[in-house]
Design a protein around this ligand. Structure first.
Ligand SMILES: NC(=O)c1ccc[n+]([C@@H]2O[C@H](COP(=O)([O-])OP(=O)(O)OC[C@H]3O[C@@H](n4cnc5c(N)ncnc54)[C@H](OP(=O)(O)O)[C@@H]3O)[C@@H](O)[C@H]2O)c1
Length: 280
C-alpha cells in the first residue's frame, strides 16, 4: 500500500510510521507539508500519488484554539477540505484523525459512532467541521481517538502527554491533586495506529470509527494506576473541576466505544506496554 502520513513526527504519526514501515511510505512533517496551502499540498500529493493519506495534523492546544479560532478552523477544517478535494480528484483514500471532543459529555456512558456530536469549544467545533469536510470525498475514514499517550509525546503539548507528566511528578513531588470528575478513554498511540492499519488492510466500509483502548477512567484513576504500575510512592488527591477550565468549556465525560470494531485491549494493559516501551 502507498501511504502518505501527514504529521509523521507527531505522537500518533510516529507510531503510524512504525506500523506502516513495510509499506511504500511517505512520512511528511510540518516542515515538508502545510495542509492549509492548497496548491503546494496538491503538488506534493500528486508527486507521490499515494493510495491512502492519513492526516494527523491539527491545531489542537484547546485554550489556544479558543484564542485563535481562525487558525483552528484553518488547520482543522479548511486543511481537511483541501485534502478531501485533492483525494477526491485523485481517487485517494483519506483517513482523518478526529477527537472525543466532538461530544458534549452529557450522555454519561461511552459514546459510539451513532451518537450525535455537540462540541463545546472551538477545538471540538473545528474538528467536527473537519469531519464534515472529510466527507467531501467518498473514500474517507474518520477515526476518532482520545487521550493519547505514545513514546514520542504530543508536539502540540510541548512533547508531553499525561503519562509523561505523571512519571515526572513521581520523581519530583510528594503529593499531587488530579481531576477526578472528568472521564476519558486513555489510548496508546501504537494500539490506535495498528487498528487504523487493520481498518485499511481489511477494507472496512468507509465512515466514522471510534478507536480507543477499552475501558474508561477519571484522570485521577489514570494517575493512580500509573503510580501503582511503576511502584511510585506519591500521594494522589482528588480534585473537582467545573465544565469550564481556565475559561474553556470541556466535556466532563468523553469516553468512547465502538459499535463497528472489535474492542482494543484494556487501557491498563496498554499502559503496561507503553511503560515497557518507555523502559520504566
Ligand atoms: N493528543 C491527544 O490526546 C488527542 C486526543 C484526541 C484527538 N487527537 C487528535 O489526534 C491527532 C494527532 O494528535 P497527536 O497527539 O499525535 O498530535 P501532535 O503530536 O501535535 O502531532 C501533530 C502533527 O501535525 C503537524 N501539523 C500541525 N499543523 C500542521 C499543518 N498545518 N500542516 C501540516 N502538518 C501540521 C505537527 O507538526 P508541528 O508540531 O511541527 O506543527 C505534528 O507533526 C490530532 O488530529 C488531534 O486532533 C489527539
Amino acid at each position: 500500500m502507498k501511504v502518505l502520513i501527514i504529521g509523521s513526527n507527531g505522537q500518533l504519526g510516529n507510531d503510524l510510521v512504525r506500523v506502516f514501515d513495510r509499506d511504500d511510505l511517505y512520512p511528511l512533517t510540518h516542515q515538508e507539508i502545510e495542509i492549509t496551502d492548497f496548491s503546494r499540498t496538491k503538488n506534493i500529493i500528486e508527486k507521490f500519488m499515494p493510495e491512502v493519506i492519513i492526516n494527523t495534523a491539527a491545531f489542537h492546544n484547546v485554550p489556544e484554539c479558543e484564542k485563535k479560532p481562525e487558525r483552528a478552523f484553518l488547520v482543522n477544517s479548511i486543511g481537511v477540505k483541501n485534502l478531501a478535494d485533492i483525494c477526491r480528484a485523485n481517487n485517494i483514500t483519506l483517513v482523518y484523525i478526529s477527537t472525543d471532543y466532538v461530544f458534549d459529555g452529557k450522555k454519561n456512558s461511552p459514546y459510539n459512532e451513532d451518537d450525535t456530536p455537540n462540541p463545546l469549544n472551538v477545538y471540538g467545533i473545528s474538528k467536527l467541521a473537519g469531519e464534515f469536510l472529510a466527507k467531501r470525498t467518498e473514500k474517507h475514514y474518520i477515526i476518532r481517538v482520545a487521550s493519547l499517550f505514545g513514546v514520542s509525546g504530543c508536539r502540540a503539548k510541548g512533547g508531553g502527554n499525561f503519562v509523561k507528566t505523571m512519571l515526572n511528578f513521581a520523581k519530583t513531588k510528594e503529593s499531587i491533586q488530579v481531576t477526578s470528575n472528568i472521564i476519558c478513554s486513555p489510548t496508546y498511540t501504537l494500539d490506535a495506529a495498528k487498528k487504523i492499519r487493520e481498518i485499511l488492510d481489511e477494507g472496512f466500509p468507509y465512515g466514522i470509527y471510534h478507536v480507543t483502548n477499552s475501558g474508561s477512567c477519571s484522570w485521577y484513576e489514570f494517575a493512580v494506576e500509573i503510580f501503582n504500575q511503576i511502584g511510585a510512592n506519591i500521594k494522589v488527591e482528588r480534585r473537582i473541576e467545573n465544565e469550564e477550565i481556565a475559561g474553556v468549556k470541556r466535556p466532563l465525560y468523553s469516553a468512547l466505544t465502538s459499535k463497528k470494531i472489535k474492542p482494543l485491549r484494556h487501557w491498563k494493559e496498554a499502559l503496561k506496554a507503553y511503560l515497557k516501551e518507555e523502559k520504566i
